[in-house]
Write a protein of this length. Structure first.
Lengths: 368, 122
């Protein structure tokens, strides 16, 4: 800024300010414009708000005072600035007039704390809303179960059909709420694995307990089998594996029109083990399949389109499996859908630390 | 033969009713307790075969109740099924509980699980 400020440069600056005044006033970012001597010649209300003083007081301030340090502005630059208790990101931009000479420096102040607050508020809201929604939903589903189980006496055929409709709608809602909560947790960075030794048979046990009723109500049989060469004990995040398997089975139950939902645990090769869920007699399209594993933003689309097949719970399956260094293989055989989760075989704590899969697993042909 | 006792410790009335009916279906005699303090008082006088325990309650928390059960030799045979809506709280009690369920927990799940503990405490 050693150059002498010419009258022409000053005139161009005035023209620049006049032209941009209404933009300046209405923009949410704090903006201060400095002349070539480093004096503030214009500021917008957002900037005044950040500095806690009226616009007229900001105008006339030194750049050094406002930025808290002397900054040599010879090029565009970005600074991190702390002012009072605010964390600000400042972008300094040199503006040239029509003649190509620099006429002023524009400083754009961005409040980082505000952004972080917004993200936190959003996450807290989603989490709170999910819990608040889950509790009454759980009660609805519980009373529905009791009616179906004749706790309050036998139902007529018509009453029973009404209860089925209540159940179908409440279950759909519950599944959406659950995936919303899972997604909120993941976005808050709360998704970590808690690896423990576990017996694969317990996984089957758990899914039987959790999903048997849902299968039964749809007139489906839930069957399972563990191959002989699967070790009696494996190492991994048991709770998360239960969640993966339940979600896959829940999805299969949602898709299957009749017949069997089958879970199979086996070893595709020496270094891996697999959880495979297949169903009989359903009709999931290829488009729906890739959609089934999409993140939850698309859940809204699914509601509007009235598509019931693609369960949002599969989105968390995909993320969990990725976190476990595993893969999902989707196959079809006739009308059967086969979802296979292939995971590195870990027998001990240290095994879990080994590299993820480097070689692609040979893709199942869907006829297993 | 008298039925084994199941305590349902849960402050949310609808969940409590559902859990009570579920353990009754599994063959237990059921009793609802709706706050932590009363739960501790009751546990000082009875020896339930199972306890269905909510974690988030006013006054004394579910975690404290679980700790009390585990430190009382008189209640060594009591099975505790924790039902909570908070996964992060669930992790903290996983070592001490027989089972930890994340809500929503259904009538069917509770009755099937409770049935598994029938006679195990003998």
């Amino acid at each position: 800024m050693g150059d002498k400020v010419t009258k022409e440069q000053a005139r161009q600056l005035t023209a620049f300010l006049d032209k941009n005044e209404s933009i300046l006033k209405n923009i949410d970012e704090g903006i201060v414009i400095f002349d070539l001597d480093g004096k503030a010649v214009a500021a917008n209300p957002a900037a005044a708000c950040l500095f806690g003083q009226p616009v007229r007081e900001v105008i006339g301030s030194d750049m050094g005072t406002l930025l808290g340090e002397e900054v040599k502005i010879d090029r565009e630059r970005i600074l991190n600035l702390r002012r009072d208790d605010k964390a600000l990101l400042v972008a300094l931009v040199l503006v040239c007039g029509p003649s190509g000479q620099t006429i002023c420096t524009v400083a754009v102040f961005h409040d980082l704390a505000q952004e972080a607050d917004m993200a936190r508020v959003r996450d807290d809201f989603v989490s709170l809303a999910s819990h608040e929604l889950r509790t009454p939903l759980g009660a609805v589903l519980g009373y529905v179960d009791m009616l179906r189980e004749d706790v309050y006496g036998p139902l007529t055929k018509q009453q029973s059909e009404v209860v089925d409709r209540v159940a179908a709608n409440a279950e759909q809602l519950a599944s959406l709420v659950n995936s919303l909560l899972d997604e909120a947790q993941m976005q808050a960075g709360g998704l970590t694995l808690n690896r423990v030794p576990f017996a694969p048979i317990k996984l089957i046990d758990n899914v039987q307990i959790v999903m048997a009723r849902a299968a039964q109500y749809k007139g489906l049989n839930l069957t399972a089998c563990i191959a002989d060469d699967v070790p009696a004990m494996l190492y991994g995040d048991f709770q998360r594996l239960c969640q993966v398997l339940s979600n896959l089975v829940g999805n299969a139950i949602g898709l299957a029109k009749s017949g069997i939902v089958h879970v199979e645990v086996y070893r595709p090769d020496e270094d891996h083990w697999a959880l495979e869920v297949s169903d009989t007699g359903s009709s999931i399209s290829e488009e729906t399949q890739s959609y089934a594993f999409a993140p939850f933003r698309q859940v809204g689309v699914s509601i509007r389109r009235g598509r019931r097949g693609a369960e949002p719970g599969l989105s968390i399956v995909r993320r969990l499996v990725a976190l476990m260094n595993g893969k999902i293989v989707e196959g079809r055989a006739g009308h059967r859908n086969i979802f296979t989760v292939i995971l590195p075989l870990a027998l001990r704590d240290t095994d879990a630390l080994c590299e993820g899969m480097e070689e692609p697993i040979s893709v199942q042909d869907g006829t297993r | 033969m008298s039925h084994l006792l199941a305590l349902v410790i849960e402050d949310y009335v609808d969940a409590a009713v559902i859990f009570r009916e579920a353990v009754k279906r599994a063959g237990f005699e059921a009793e609802i307790i709706r706050d932590g303090k009363t739960a501790l008082e009751r546990l000082a006088t009875v020896e339930p075969a199972i306890v269905i325990l909510d974690l988030n309650m006013p006054g004394v928390s579910g975690a404290e109740i679980l700790q009390q059960i585990r430190s009382d030799p008189r209640l060594a045979k009591t099975h505790v099924i924790v039902a909570t809506a908070h996964p992060e709280m669930a992790d903290e009690v996983r070592d001490q509980a027989d089972l930890v369920l994340i809500k929503p927990v259904t009538f069917g799940q509770i009755s099937a699980l409770a049935a598994r503990f029938q006679g195990l405490g003998e």
